[in-house]
Design a protein around this ligand. Structure first.
Ligand code: AMP
Ligand code: ZN
Ligand code: FE
Ligand code: FE
Length: 322
């Protein structure tokens, strides 16, 4: 095992499992400094997952079961622009797993698409609910237009099939699955290229997105806590400057998602420093999408202190479970 650079006294690394006691899931890696310094109560917390309510491939009720099997104590369900997975996830939540109800909101700034994680907000709050409904509606129209462009070129992809593939909020991964079925690409990722439906690609159509600073305000007013999702995921496209994050912080942002599969070590270090400057918490999460992506549940974890700060700020709906 490689040495941990954090050292035993200041152990904040969340890349590895955090507990060595009474594992609820698979055998964890151990590290002497964890045993020495970690609070005995440290929970395994994953605050970013997708179900079939958006572009994941796991039903919400199945996802909570898988989360527990993956050894998680806390999981957040954060489907794109929708809360439709909340009820089935809550109904199947296993004892011992805390469920954080959330969403990942489609946002932008200066033509750059961005994602905002919203936790524990009141889904009935009229302003936010109306904006989320508009985002979902726009996703339908843009997917129809992408299908029309593909059809015009004889790709054999139909709207009926894409609609069928999307159990909830429709997204590009559903169009990608239809492209796989037609034999045009062999993986979802291959569809996210300029030849197909990659951003600004040949068959790509943009969708409605909320201004990212305005969205932070909407989430806060709905009693939620907002965390900027994968702020430095450069391989997805352009990312915003620290100035925008500073504006988001002023609007009430709670944290930055730092430990994410799309962030390299340098990006993580930069984001941690920025979070410290702006007094934001840092989170780590898998961004699990079932078989639409390779990342697994619990691939990254959130420190207990960040989780507690998020829960403390939110007043919209409670965490379900322990
Ligand atoms: P959409 O929100 O409909 O524009 O689709 C974007 C979603 O597709 C993102 O939220 C990701 O979950 C997923 N995605 C983006 N890039 C890729 C990729 N290269 N491979 C697989 N999934 C991707
Ligand atoms: Zn997604
Ligand atoms: Fe995202
Ligand atoms: Fe996501």
């Amino acid at each position: 095992m490689s040495a941990c650079r954090s050292g035993p006294r200041r152990h904040t690394c969340t890349d590895r499992p955090r507990t060595t006691l009474a594992p609820a899931g698979p055998v964890r890696a151990t590290h002497p400094s964890y045993v020495w310094s970690r609070p005995l109560s440290a929970r395994r917390i994953d605050l970013h997952t997708h179900s079939t309510a958006s572009d994941g491939t796991t039903e919400p009720g199945e996802l909570v079961l898988q989360a527990r099997l993956a050894g998680l104590d806390v999981v957040a369900l954060t489907d794109h622009d929708t809360t439709s997975g909340w009820a089935p996830a809550a109904a199947s939540r296993p004892e011992g797993l805390a469920l954080v109800r959330g969403a990942e909101i489609s946002c932008s700034r200066g033509g750059i698409s961005l994602h905002l994680l919203a936790y524990l907000f009141d889904a009935e709050e009229p302003d936010l609910a109306a904006r989320l409904a508009a985002l979902v509606d726009s996703r339908v129209h843009r997917a129809e237009r992408m299908v029309a462009l593909l059809t015009a070129d004889g790709a054999g992809v139909t709207w009926e099939r894409v609609r069928q593939l999307a159990g909830g909020t429709v997204g590009r991964p559903h169009v990608a699955q239809a492209l796989i079925e037609q034999g045009h690409v062999s993986t979802v990722s291959e569809a996210f290229t300029p030849e197909w439906i990659g951003t600004h690609g040949r068959y790509w159509v943009g969708k409605l997105e909320l201004d990212v600073v305005e969205a932070v305000g909407l989430v806060v007013r709905a009693g939620g806590a907002a965390v900027f999702a994968h702020p430095a995921a450069r391989r997805r496209g352009r990312t915003v400057t620290d100035d925008v994050i500073t504006e988001m912080a002023a609007a009430g942002l709670a944290g930055l998602e730092v430990d994410h599969v799309d962030h390299d070590a340098q990006a993580r270090a930069d984001l941690r420093a920025l979070a410290a400057d702006l007094d934001l918490v840092t989170t780590g999460s898998s961004d699990y999408h079932g078989t639409n992506k390779t990342v697994q549940l619990a691939a990254n974890l959130t420190p207990e202190s960040s989780y507690e700060a998020i829960v403390e700020r939110a007043t919209g709906v409670p965490v379900l479970g322990p």
